[in-house]
Design a protein around this ligand. Structure first.
Ligand SMILES: [Zn+2]
Ligand SMILES: [Zn+2]
Ligand SMILES: [Zn+2]
Length: 115
């Protein structure tokens, strides 16, 4: 069995909030990337649920961050496929990918001047 690792997952205790994924990452299982038999919403931990909502500049509301790639503009709930639910991977803890390709996704904010 091969487990594809695209990054380090959070793994903390899951809360009640379902994670969101962007269009590119939608329609696939958050654990094994299968694109069929999506079965159950993937819930993230409370901390990630809070972090994933990023306020947009100029008070234009909030953007939801994709739990798979870290990109802003998540539009859909994240899902586990049936197989992963049966293997209870959905209970493995928060499935959010914290690092993508070794680089922190949130590390590159091109703003000038801090607070
Ligand atoms: Zn799966
Ligand atoms: Zn988490
Ligand atoms: Zn994504």
């Amino acid at each position: 069995m091969s487990t594809k690792h695209t990054g380090v997952r959070c793994g903390r205790l899951q809360g009640r909030q379902a994670g969101q994924v962007c269009e590119r990452c939608s329609d696939q299982c958050v654990a094994c990337e299968a694109d069929r038999h999506l079965w159950e919403e993937a819930r993230v931990c409370d901390e990630c649920a809070a972090q994933l909502l990023t306020p947009l500049p100029l008070c234009r509301g909030v953007a939801t961050v994709c739990i798979q790639c870290g990109g802003k503009g998540a539009v859909q709930s994240a899902y586990f496929c049936r197989e992963c639910v049966l293997l209870m991977r959905d209970r493995d803890g928060c499935p959010r990918v914290l690092t993508v390709g070794g680089a922190a996704a949130a590390g590159h904010l091109s703003g000038r001047g801090g607070r």
